[in-house]
Ligand binder design. Structure first.
Ligand SMILES: [Zn+2]
Length: 273
């Protein structure tokens, strides 16, 4: 009960803040909004100069994923203990990607899922910090690069409707919406459907996660043309074992998607990979 009230408070303050930021285009409104909600670092909460940013110390602590990384799995080679670089048409592909090719064509992520990056994902997921979504989507736009620019559509990983009804918020949809706005590419919010309510993934083994999400998705009736022959970007907040996006990507591929790029904010690296 207390938790619910707490969550409601978070939700209402977040949406009020969102509304305040939405109108904060003129200096006057901005000053008023800053007075009520002074800009704070999205990582640690200290006062900073503008909304939707990190303080220098949090910024420096984020492990941004930079090249060289595996062209398929998106994992930086610094984390690849097997260091199995393989040239394939000029691309760098890890031994793991060759041994176990994923259902998607490639994954791109902004940062390693730890520290501040992990707190941002958590803040967006559990506290409905919609103000964080804009900042996170801007970073994801950069990570998506040409695959986002050239795509035919952007799809969020959907929640099952019962979970959505409970939470009233899908962090992946929020990120996808901002990515569509930033890139000017079409948003396909209802093309992919979650048909099976899955158990929470937290605490499950990789095998149980795969079983959990098997046949969890389908293409919404009448939306087949959104997928067939199209280059798609599938958006999620974090990639952990990959069971969820693999299941969703498999459905898109079976429906004739020409290309599926998975774009996430954070990427969990389990060592050794
Ligand atoms: Zn900070």
């Amino acid at each position: 009960m207390g938790d619910d009230a707490d969550e409601d408070l978070h939700r209402s303050s977040a949406s009020t803040l969102g509304a305040a930021l939405g109108v904060a285009t003129s200096g006057l409104f901005r000053k008023a909004a800053d007075f009520v909600y002074p800009p704070v670092c999205a990582g640690c909460g200290i006062r900073i100069g503008r909304h939707g940013a990190l303080c220098p110390s949090c910024w420096n602590s984020v492990k941004f994923i930079e090249r060289p990384f595996c062209d398929v799995l998106g994992i930086p080679f610094a984390f690849d203990h097997e260091a199995g670089l393989a040239g394939e048409g000029g691309r760098l592909v890890s031994a793991k990607a060759i041994a176990e090719p994923p259902r998607y064509d490639r994954l791109r992520a902004v940062a390693i899922h730890e520290g501040v990056a992990r707190r941002l994902v958590h803040g967006l997921k559990y506290r409905d910090r919609t103000d964080l979504a804009v900042m996170m989507a801007m970073w994801m736009q950069r990570a998506g690069g040409e695959h986002l620019v050239e795509c035919d559509g952007i799809l969020p990983v959907p929640l099952h409707w019962t979970r959505f009804a409970l939470r009233k918020f899908n962090q992946s949809a929020e990120l996808a919406r901002h990515l569509a706005k930033l890139s000017g590419r079409p948003l396909l919010p209802s093309t992919l459907k979650r048909v099976k309510r899955t158990s929470r993934q937290v605490g499950l083994t990789a095998k149980r996660r795969q079983d959990n999400v098997r046949a969890a998705f389908s293409i919404a009736h009448g939306h087949e043309a959104d997928v067939f022959g199209k280059r798609l970007v599938l958006v999620d907040d974090v990639h952990t074992t990959g069971a969820t996006v693999s299941s969703a990507a498999a459905v898109l591929k079976r429906a004739g998607a020409a290309e599926v790029t998975v774009l996430t904010f954070a990427l969990a690296i389990s060592a050794p990979i």
